[in-house]
Ligand binder design. Structure first.
Ligand code: SER
Length: 595
């Protein structure tokens, strides 16, 4: 099924079930100063969940008339940069479309769950063996979501297929500082999360207290690109969203022009071209603040990655043509080819100029530091290069590496934070005080995420050290708060074993092991003995990350992984196991964090 048909099938299904079709809102939220972009389909309906607005009486901003419905359906364009480092893997994107059905006062858990099941199993005909679901398992403050459990069971979903999660994994929202939120239940197909059903039950205030909502609501979101992946390529673990028809034509244009077919880099370019084109079509211009800053960052990344794969600028026009043609009938606002190309080229040339000047300055600084035997560029210097010449952090790291040096990333994050606080204070009035929060968090979160990634490799190494090489990774998930590692093992680990594993990882952190990577073919990587995730979808060229003791030469870990990672295990700080539990009969899960 094509993306066009799949999108339409979803919308028609819910229209036939009594939902009003509402057009996607803009990527720029109309009346929500707490976030820069539309990151979820529910944003345009936020006031109905709280009853700040009445769907039958008040004007809905994008329609110019009241919704006249308490059940609605949308296909919403979204932009998220929180996962920008993961773009290029199987399923992460900055621009994506979210299919969603919403109810404020219409129906609640039972009907929402039944509708989603009917769509997935009857309309898409996805066999139930490929499906698992998760539900909120409860915590100190909130109860276990027994109703969702009951409704899934009633539909024939077995206990084996139902996983319970916690506040991090199965409680969604709010968008921004405050707003509606609630427990959720997620649907996974082929182990990929595709649909998130949120049961809005509370209003979370900015002091984090939860107040029950007067009226319970449903907010669901399903990534169109992911759904397309699992429907176009059922059970095919080597495929990614970039092979679906929402990307394949664009990838072909890039591949035809590129001298170096480094797939991951091309995917990043393809994704960022889409997000930039949509942002420009909504009137955003590159700048140093807020939305303009995000656009600038996306465009500069396009240029950097284009250089890495030797792409000349002439791919831009056919690529933008393709994007406009693919999306214009669904999002009519994306039609201004000349404006999009002009903004891209203009920013490219600004960045090229800055690069030239900045590199000169950098070579001077690097020479001076080396003379003093200093090999770590401190945060303030790195930040200066970033703010004066617009060098993104990843670029700074690359040029430092070329000189055998590294960047003090924490120092950089601190300098950035200080700068953004000053900038935010001066813009407090205009932007309600929330302006740059997302980006500050991003940089800090990116660093934390690297620590967690490397800690995950150490955790796997520890498990194999203690239990032998039959322990194999089954899955992993990282967010800024914790890592989650699933592995094959047929019994519960004892508290003593967990303590020993934790201590082993902490010892490797204290040893200050060097983390490095090389790129090679998938075959070669496997021949080199690198561990990979069996069900993972890899491209032909892969990265192999090694964790090695520089003193003894002992390699503790060798894994195929796209990163990102720290460059020395000492950067992880410390490692703590939070929880060990069963995922299924032969699979255990460890959640852990770093400090
Ligand atoms: N708001 C939820 C999400 O974005 C469900 O739509 O995942």
């Amino acid at each position: 099924m094509s993306s066009e048909d799949l999108r339409q099938l979803f919308l028609t299904f819910f229209i036939n079930k009594g939902h009003r079709l509402v057009p996607s809102s803009s990527l720029i939220p109309a009346d929500d100063p707490s976030v820069l972009f539309t990151v979820a389909g529910m944003q345009q309906f936020k006031p109905y969940y709280t009853r700040a607005k009445d769907p039958f009486r008040d004007i809905h901003l994008s329609l110019g008339e009241p919704l006249q419905a308490s059940n609605v359906v949308t296909c919403q364009k979204c932009l998220r940069t929180t996962d920008i480092e993961a773009v290029g893997d199987e399923s992460h994107l900055t621009f994506f479309e979210m299919l969603g059905n919403f109810s404020f006062g219409g129906y609640f858990k039972e009907e929402a769950i039944a509708l989603s099941w009917e769509f997935i199993t009857n309309y898409l005909k996805i066999p139930t063996e490929r499906i698992t679901v998760s539900i909120f398992g409860g915590d100190k403050e909130l109860p276990y979501d027994e109703e969702s459990y009951t409704y899934w069971k009633r539909l024939g979903v077995s206990d084996e297929q139902i996983i319970s999660g916690n506040r991090e994994t199965n409680f969604w929202g709010p968008v921004g500082e405050e707003g509606p939120c609630g427990p959720n239940t997620e649907i996974y197909v082929d182990h990929l999360e595709v649909w998130n059903l949120v049961f809005n039950s509370f209003y979370r205030h900015s002091d984090k207290t939860l107040e029950p909502l007067p009226l319970k609501g449903v907010d669901t979101g399903m990534g169109l690109e992911r759904l397309l992946l699992v429907t176009q390529f059922p059970n095919q673990s080597n495929k990614t969203v970039f092979e679906t028809d929402l990307f394949s034509g664009l990838m072909a244009i890039l591949q035809a022009d590129s001298q170096i077919n480094e797939v991951r880099n091309l995917r990043i370019i393809a994704d960022h071209l889409k997000s930039s084109a949509f942002l420009i079509s909504e009137g955003i211009k590159p700048s140093n603040i807020e939305r303009g800053y995000i656009l600038r960052r996306l465009i500069r990344r396009i240029l950097r990655y284009s250089e890495l794969v030797n792409l000349q600028d002439n791919y831009l026009e056919p690529a933008i043509d393709w994007i406009i043609q693919k999306y214009h009938s669904i999002y009519p606002e994306i039609d201004n080819k000349s404006l999009i190309l002009e903004v891209l080229s203009d920013e490219f040339s600004k960045f090229r100029q800055a690069l030239k000047k900045g590199l000169k300055e950098w070579h001077k600084i690097a020479g001076e530091l080396k003379q003093k035997n200093i090999l770590v560029v401190n945060g303030a210097i790195a930040f200066e290069l970033y703010s004066s010449f617009g060098f993104p952090l990843e670029f700074l790291k690359e040029i430092a590496e070329e000189e055998g040096m590294s960047i003090d990333e924490e120092g950089f994050a601190e300098a950035l934070k200080k700068h953004q606080e000053i900038s935010r204070n001066s813009q407090e009035k205009k932007f309600g005080g929330h302006g740059l929060k997302g980006e500050i968090q991003n940089t800090e979160e990116n660093i934390k995420i690297k620590r967690l990634h490397t800690a995950t490799h150490l955790l796997q190494a520890a498990l194999r050290e203690f239990f032998g090489s039959t322990v194999a990774q089954q899955g992993s998930d990282i967010n800024p708060d914790r890592l989650r590692f699933d592995f094959s093992f047929d019994r519960k680990l004892t508290p003593d074993e967990l303590k020993k594993i934790e201590a082993w990882v902490n010892q490797r952190i204290n040893d200050g092991l060097v983390v490095s990577f090389y790129e090679t073919s998938l075959n070669q990587a496997l021949q080199d003995g690198a561990l990979g995730l069996f069900s993972q979808r890899y491209s032909d060229q892969v990265r192999v990350y090694e964790i090695k003791d520089p003193k003894t030469g002992r390699v503790y870990s060798k894994e195929i992984c796209a990163g990102p990672h720290v460059s020395n295990t000492s950067e992880i700080g410390s490692f703590k196991i939070l929880k060990e539990e069963a995922v299924s009969r032969n699979t255990r899960r460890i959640r852990a964090t770093v400090g």
